[in-house]
Design a protein around this ligand. Structure first.
Ligand code: ME8
Length: 535
């Protein structure tokens, strides 16, 4: 039975066009999913949109359209971005989809029947932007939202509540027995100390003050709280409580499936406190990991739709190609940390890693095999040159470490290791000086070995980077004379795989960028048009 992997992004609010921050999270998940798939896992990658709630309704009004029309328009923009980014997702859920709406209503009824949800009155401080109620202490004397700093409003409403108190102890015990459930570790401590230990208040799970949400079947005028609606997407998208629930059985219920939610820090509380409780209530297993990634910032702070300082991925893709953008996103910011987008760093990454390191190794290798062996990759022999064995060991170590890092949700380190291997191979060229070997017929064996080693390193790098370089890895393989689909993850440690292949000199994978001109071009993209939102 093959191993299984289920990975999700947050479902984004379609309140305005997606920016590079959304592309960041979705691309990193795509890379993780593709790398598992490459290693033989059966994979389901889900992303989607969180389309209900007061904020969306207000944005629609500000734009003079119905909420449905508003989200339909924005959804198209998300879908085209995922297409442009070459996102290979198996599911795309919109919370206005009929199956989701019907299932959330069933989930609500189940929780109500079980007594986990009860009717009462809510009186509290509400932040429209965060869609959250806060306590007197949390909003302080100034009555500001502790999350976003905006003014909050006092609200009273008849509402249904979720009995959090019932599950709080179980949750702490679950954290203890599953130390990797929330990572990075600091996030877990924050949840425990700031929210759970001081005492969890029951969560208000319905609203009556607006109607853009899933109606509560049991009570007219109530809509289900956007977070109860949104979090359950992770199971409704798999067919939970629906006629065809084969994906749910395979990717959720099967204990062999690894379930990973990737989220930004701002929504940790919902995913690590409320979501596990909702699952408890439904008698379902919890995810294995909630991984909190960092934010892509701009020099003036967090990139966000409402701040209007967001850069879109499109112009970058148009000018530099999707592979360069995907590579930048995975390599520039260690997954789990915050990072700042700057044009200078973007250009530097592409130049140093892709043009000078990888591209250069490919050019030199293919040219030399062309020149010295008429394009035929010589048969692989070990231990001819002093550092042959070292390079082979590094190939093996890189493949093994790649798996460890990917499994540990550290695609940045996995990528850096591959680049180290490529650098080592460039250095191996300097050490072995093939141009000198070529002048001496008695050194033919050495020259053959150098070329065979270089070709193999390129094969390994091409395959390990293929979840990132989704179009260029094929071009790299073609230059090594591999047919479509001939590259195979299981062969990476099989030295000699390329014996007898004939290289094809192709165009440069990544042309070197002019730093000054391209920095200027990206700055111009960043000054692009801003959108109108109510937030
Ligand atoms: O919170 N850098 O939706 P949202 C990196 N609908 N990632 C960023 C980012 C940035 N500057 N800005 C946003 C919601 N993100 C809810 C989620 S899930 C059941 C419901 C990413 O549109 C990051 O992953 O505000 C963050 O958690 C997510 O987008 C929030 O998107």
């Amino acid at each position: 039975m093959s191993k299984k992997f289920y990975i999700t992004t947050p479902i984004y609010y379609p309140s305005a066009s997606p920016h590079l921050g959304h592309a960041y999270c979705t691309t990193l998940c795509d890379i993780l999913a593709r790398s598992k798939k490459m290693r033989g896992y059966e994979t389901f990658f889900l992303t989607g949109l969180d389309e209900h709630g007061e904020k969306i309704q207000k944005n629609a009004v500000a734009n003079g359209v119905t909420p449905q029309k508003f989200v339909d328009d924005v959804a198209k923009r998300f879908l085209s971005l995922w297409e442009a980014m070459k996102i290979d997702n198996q599911g795309f859920i919109r919370t206005t989809d009929d199956y989701h709406v019907a299932t959330v209503q069933k989930i609500f009824s189940k929780m109500l029947e079980k007594g986990d949800i009860y009717l009462s009155t809510y009186s509290g401080w509400y932040c429209v932007h965060e869609e959250s109620y806060w306590t007197e202490t949390q909003v302080g004397e100034e009555h500001l939202c502790p999350e976003c700093g905006r003014p909050v409003e006092k609200k009273d409403e008849e509402a249904y509540f979720y009995r959090c108190s019932k599950y709080a102890d179980d949750l702490l015990a679950f954290y203890e027995s599953h130390p990797k459930f929330i990572t990075p570790e600091a996030r877990k401590n924050e949840m425990v100390n700031t929210f759970i230990k001081p005492g969890l208040q029951d969560l208000c799970v319905t609203r009556t003050s607006f109607d853009w949400g899933i109606p509560v079947k049991e009570a007219k005028g109530h809509v289900i709280y956007v977070w109860l609606d949104a979090l359950t997407n992770y199971i409704t998208a798999l067919g939970y409580l629906q006629n065809d629930d084969s994906n749910f059985k395979k990717f959720w219920e099967d204990p062999e499936t690894e379930i990973v939610h990737v989220i930004g820090a701002d929504i940790t509380r919902f995913h690590t406190i409320y979501w596990p409780m909702f699952l408890d209530s439904l008698g379902l297993r919890k995810p294995d990991r909630v991984f909190v990634h960092g934010l892509m910032m701009m020099k003036d702070g967090k990139m966000s739709k409402s701040r209007g300082n967001a850069i879109s991925a499109y112009p970058l893709i148009e000018r530099y190609g999707v592979d360069a953008v995907r590579y930048y996103l995975v390599s520039e910011i260690p997954f789990g940390e915050n990072g700042v987008f700057t044009p200078e760093q973007f250009v530097m990454r592409v130049n140093q890693d892709l043009a000078n390191n990888l591209g250069n190794l490919l050019n030199r290798t293919v040219s030399m095999i062309g020149k010295y062996f008429d394009g035929n990759i010589p048969s692989f022999v070990s231990n001819v040159n002093p550092t042959d064995k070292e390079l082979e060991d590094l190939v093996e170590r890189t493949v093994s470490a790649y798996e460890v890092h990917q499994d540990d949700l550290n695609p940045t380190q996995a990528t850096m290791d591959v680049m180290e291997l490529v650098s080592r191979a460039n250095k191996y060229i300097e050490e072995t000086a093939p141009w000198a070997l070529a002048k001496d017929e008695s050194k033919k064996a050495e020259l053959e070995s150098v070329m065979a080693h270089l070709a193999h390193v390129l094969y390994v790098a091409g395959e390990l980077l293929s979840p990132i370089l989704v179009t260029k890895s094929e071009k790299l393989f073609a230059q090594l004379g591999l047919a479509d689909g001939e590259a195979n993850y299981d062969d990476l440690k099989k030295f000699g795989k390329l014996d007898g292949h004939k290289v094809n000199k192709g165009e440069q994978l990544f042309p070197r960028l002019d730093v000054e001109a391209e920095t200027k071009a990206i700055l111009e993209m960043m000054a692009g048009p801003k959108e109108k939102t109510a937030a």
